[in-house]
Design a protein around this ligand. Structure first.
Ligand code: DGT
Ligand code: CA
Ligand code: ZN
Length: 583
């Protein structure tokens, strides 16, 4: 068990105890313990074996026993019992914004509400508004949250579905008789969320493939087993107290049909419709098995050949959304899209100085290990006290630490940045004198999400007009499948960024991924440089960058469109140029 997994288990215990109405004293002990575990230096297993968990702040005897059990056995009966004792509907309700464990427990005790549908009914009848501590406004907010969950349905984050899709795909590729296999659907197009896993494979005899597929270890349920198509429910435990569960469809075709099937099942549906129309225009007909002419089928060895037969260049799956890629591929080859290996450094990251779990040095070394030339620290600013935002004094101390590390470290350069809060009125959280001392400034909204759209837009645009700001962080504040972003007019925000020469971040956190891909292309058209940032709160999270690259690819970005693909020397020069222009 990794530190993160142990921490997740402790957090889950804390939350389940809260749902049972335990005292904050006891529940906080688990949440604080989780933070403490993440910050332990060294190998957890070795520390446990050597009995060295004693005397660590935040880890008392009760927690020590549980951590020991978790690390040595990989299980914790205490947690399993808790899970069994708390109605699953209560845990489900935690997904709703604005209702924490305390309120859920209260709803359960007073109205017997133990599922989201019951909560919805109680809100719709107005009962919830009458409860102490709720009111009409919070009742409306709960209903909004339930509606939002309804629209996201059972979709799953790309980052959670992708490993499962790959695991299935790799096993299928090893089945005897399989000559080719590929992911299809939204997973291959790397959308930010997916409904299910689509896989296509080629084999002469489908029967034995279907037999093996429905017996894979990830299979939780067989929904249907047909001669050439089977559907299963597959799942795995993330180790964060929640299970990823989704449908997976496998289709078996012949080797000759395979290129057509891969094109078809990759989609999108809208892209497919365009391809089919092109076929018709050429006196052909395209379906999932063939490109058929009057006399005989057109033979295609691979996907590129299918596109070629329709007088198109091959289109990368991420671009297949019918947003202009067909017109483009008619005239010329689609762009060389950004690759994870193009990224040379990152700007928006946190350390133990604010709410991160690793020191500045460890973060910089981890960045170097990933092949990055620079590591930009962007800890939170003063007013964000919940995330331990830095005071001006602590900022200066961090600069001194960065200077000392830069004198010592080889092969990676630390850049001194801040993730500076955009305050309610659109001003920045630090004064100009201090701001002038940073190498760059990421400006982000972390508070007052509920402002009316006009006000929120003005607030962000005003911040973008500040000469110290280098880039806008997580542009909408959304949490995919959990929370809508703040309401802001993105077009106006992009216009402001373009006018003031600012960059915009693509946040690579799998649950954020904003700027949304649908706006990335517009940003590019306006000449706004984009930046892929992991918003890393631990060394491990630096590896999230490729999820941001997926968004960039869906927004047609090339290496030239993204600022952090430049060598560190150029990056520093550009940041200095911007600062000189201010003074
Ligand atoms: P998802 O699953 O909602 O995340 O998105 P997709 O794109 O994976 O959609 P899905 O799983 O319903 O279908 C997989 C692919 O199959 C889709 O991308 C294109 C193709 N497809 C499905 N239904 C249709 C259809 O009615 N017409 C056409 N032309 N293609 C379709
Ligand atoms: Ca799908
Ligand atoms: Zn951040």
């Amino acid at each position: 068990m990794t530190k993160d997994e142990v921490a997740a288990a402790l957090d889950e215990i804390g939350t389940l105890l809260e749902l049972q109405g335990e005292s904050p004293f006891r529940t906080n002990a688990y949440h604080n313990g989780a933070r403490a575990v993440q910050q332990i230096e060294g190998d957890l297993k070795e520390l446990v074996a050597a009995g060295k968990l004693v005397g660590i702040r935040g880890i008392g005897e009760a927690l020590r026993d549980k951590i020991t059990t978790l690390v040595t056995t990989g299980k914790l009966p205490y947690l399993d019992d808790l899970r069994a004792a708390v109605p699953p509907g209560l845990v489900e309700m935690l997904r709703l914004p604005g209702v924490g464990p305390k309120k859920i427990k209260f709803l359960y005790d007073t109205l017997g509400i133990d599922t989201i549908p019951k909560l919805q009914a109680a809100c719709e009848s107005g009962e919830v508004a009458k409860l102490k501590g709720f009111g009409a406004k919070s009742q409306e907010k709960i209903l909004d949250g339930i509606r939002f969950l309804g629209t996201v349905g059972n979709r799953v984050l790309f980052a959670e579905a992708y490993p499962l899709g790959l695991a299935l795909l790799e096993q299928i590729r090893q089945f005897p008789g399989v000559t080719a296999a590929e992911l299809g659907g939204s997973l291959r197009r790397r959308r930010d969320t997916v409904k299910d896993i689509d896989i296509v494979c080629a084999a002469a005899d489908a029967g034995p493939i279907m037999e093996r597929f429905v017996k894979l270890p990830e299979v939780m349920q067989v929904v249907g087993q047909g001669p050439t198509k089977s559907s299963i429910v597959a799942g795995y435990d993330t180790g964060h107290g929640h299970k990823v569960v989704l449908n997976a469809d496998l289709r078996v075709v012949t080797a000759e049909q395979f290129p057509f099937a891969v094109v078809y099942f990759t989609g999108s549906k809208e892209h497919n419709i365009r391809l089919r129309q092109r076929a018709i225009d050429r006196g052909l007909s395209l379906n999932e098995y063939a490109l058929a002419g009057d006399e005989k089928n057109v033979k295609c060895a691979d996907e590129a050949a299918v596109y070629q037969a329709l007088d198109l260049q091959w289109v990368p799956p991420e671009m297949r959304e019918d947003t202009g890629e067909v017109e483009l591929a008619e005239k010329s080859a689609p762009p060389n899209l950004l690759e994870p290996g193009d990224i040379r450094g990152v700007f928006h990251n946190h350390t133990t100085a604010s709410d991160g779990t690793a020191s500045l040095e460890d973060m910089a070394l981890a960045a170097k290990k990933l092949g990055y030339e620079f590591f930009g620290v962007g800890d939170h600013s003063r007013s964000l006290t919940v995330a331990n935002g830095l005071t001006p004094d602590r900022v200066r101390a961090q600069w001194a630490e960065a200077d000392a590390l830069n004198a010592k470290l080889k092969g990676v350069r630390i850049l001194k940045g801040t993730e500076c809060d955009i305050l309610l009125d659109g001003t920045l959280d630090f004064d100009d004198d201090l701001l002038a001392g940073f190498d760059y400034v990421v400006a982000s909204v972390h508070t007052h999400f509920a402002l009316p759209e006009d006000q929120q837009t003005d607030r962000i645009c005003k911040a973008l007009s500040h000469p110290a700001v280098t880039m806008l962080g997580h542009a909408t504040g959304r949490l995919l499948l959990r929370r809508e972003g703040y309401k802001a007019n993105i077009e106006k925000v992009l216009q402001a960024a373009a006018k003031h020469g600012k960059m915009i971040e693509i946040n690579a956190q799998p649950s954020r991924l904003d700027l949304d891909w649908t706006h990335v292309k517009r940003a590019k058209a306006l000449g706004i440089p984009l930046v892929i940032n992991p918003d890393a709160h631990s060394t491990g999270e630096l590896a999230l960058v490729p999820f941001g690259v997926n968004v960039a690819r869906r927004g047609w970005l090339t290496k030239d469109d993204v600022f952090n693909t430049r060598p560190v020397g150029e990056v520093v020069k550009e940041l200095e140029r911007r600062k000189a222009a201010w003074k």
